[in-house]
Design a binder for this molecule. Structure first.
Ligand code: NI
Length: 398
């Protein structure tokens, strides 16, 4: 095994990572507009000494990949960070608060970029001992569901010759510094649907002369609630949520139009297909019953994020070696949030790891909240972990 003291290397660059993250945090940019972010990344990669860099990739063309070649031959491992921020007005009391009004790094992607840059720093300083190579992937537009930046980066060929891929998400539901591991499904597929039910308007006092889209539509919204409870095993998970309904024009007119919008979250391709099919079948049935016309527009977004078992076991062992049992947890249940890291995992084995940021006696702020501001002491820990993961994977027989 390679003898590198990852924690010590991490601690040495900790202050630098904190200032990098502060610079990223004060310059949040929305999906496909990550221009300053990509400049900060590029400058740091060059500072580290990395020369094999490709820019202008992915949705919006601000994605970057960089390669670190080891002194000895071995495997190729990819480390991924997402780059974009959200349209949220920041309300933290951080010194490095957003300079871009109306936008904020409220999903921690500034942390992910800083951690991968930190890992790059540690790996580069020890590259003579590296067997194989490491690919750094800085991906734009993670928040751009249903399209997302991961697919566009994969189309650019960023996974070419890659043997495995790893990535982090800061996670405010886990204690500070604790890493969460789960084999199999970790995060959900996220789909959007829109239904139009068309009836026929008539005087409210003469409904027999029209076709009431509201009666049919309400029946439909009620009926699709039973898909999860009656068509899906109680052991599996899915959510179907109707978020908007728009219908009718006036209180004394039988409504001609009924429009429904919603989202479906599922954890397997089979259940995803089933949900889409049932939404269509139930619509056809109800339209037949009520004499309406129905149209379902189902848009598939991110696929489920399914961690490779072997790679997850491997990553967990690396975390145990590095931080001990106190900082390692098994994640029991998947969540129905979505992440486009799942697209990489559909192509290559790998694992997506949660990195805890919850601190005792501090307020809890979830992801996508205007107060979300994890303690930046977490950065060097993430970097040390990614560096060790990469080093030991590239020399392994996995
Ligand atoms: Ni995120």
């Amino acid at each position: 095994m390679i003898n590198v003291n990852y924690i010590e290397f991490g601690e040495k660059i900790s202050d630098h990572l904190r200032s990098l993250r502060a610079e990223l945090h004060s310059n949040p940019e929305p999906s496909t507009f990550e221009e300053i972010t990509s400049q900060i990344i590029l400058k740091e990669l060059k500072n580290i000494g990395i020369t094999d860099i490709q820019t202008g990739l992915g949705n919006g063309k601000h994605g970057i990949i960089a390669n670190i070649e080891g002194g000895l031959s071995g495997k190729k491992v990819a480390l991924r960070a997402d780059m974009d921020a959200l349209a949220i007005e920041e309300e933290t009391d951080l010194e490095c608060t957003s300079k871009n009004k109306g936008y904020m790094h409220a999903c921690g992607h500034d942390n992910h970029v800083a951690m991968v840059l930190g890992a790059a720093n540690i790996i580069y300083q020890n590259k003579d001992k590296l067997k194989g190579s490491v690919r750094l992937i800085f991906q734009p537009a993670e928040e751009l569901s249903p399209e997302g930046g991961a697919k566009s980066m994969i189309l650019e060929g960023v996974l070419k010759d890659v043997d495995a891929i790893f990535g982090f998400h800061v996670w405010p539901e886990l204690p500070f510094g604790v890493m969460g591991f789960k084999e199999g499904p970790l995060m959900a597929a996220s789909d959007y649907f829109h239904v139009n039910i068309k009836g026929k308007a008539s005087h409210a006092a003469g409904p027999e002369n029209g076709v009431d889209a509201i009666v049919a539509g309400c029946e439909y919204v009620g009926a699709i609630q039973h898909i999860v409870s009656r068509n899906i095993s109680a052991i599996d998970n899915a959510v179907i949520t109707v978020g908007t309904i728009n219908a009718g024009t006036r209180y004394n007119i039988v409504a001609e139009d009924f429009k429904v919008e919603g989202t479906c979250r599922t954890l397997s391709p089979e259940i995803r297909d089933l949900v889409e099919n049932r939404l269509e079948e139930i619509l056809e049935g109800i339209c037949k019953v009520y004499g309406c016309k129905g149209e379902l527009n189902y848009q598939r977004g991110y696929i489920p994020l399914i961690n490779d078992s072997e790679m997850t076991k491997y990553a967990k062992k690396v975390a145990l070696d590095l931080f001990g049992e106190k900082y390692v947890q098994d994640v029991k249940e998947p969540v129905l949030k979505a992440e486009d890291f799942g697209f990489y995992l559909a192509e290559k084995p790998g694992s997506f790891i949660w990195l805890g940021t919850a601190e005792q006696d501090k307020d809890y702020w979830p992801l996508h909240n205007s107060h979300f501001s994890p303690n930046d002491e977490v950065l060097y820990r993430g970097s040390a972990m990614l560096a060790k993961l990469a080093f030991e994977f590239t020399e392994s027989n996995k």
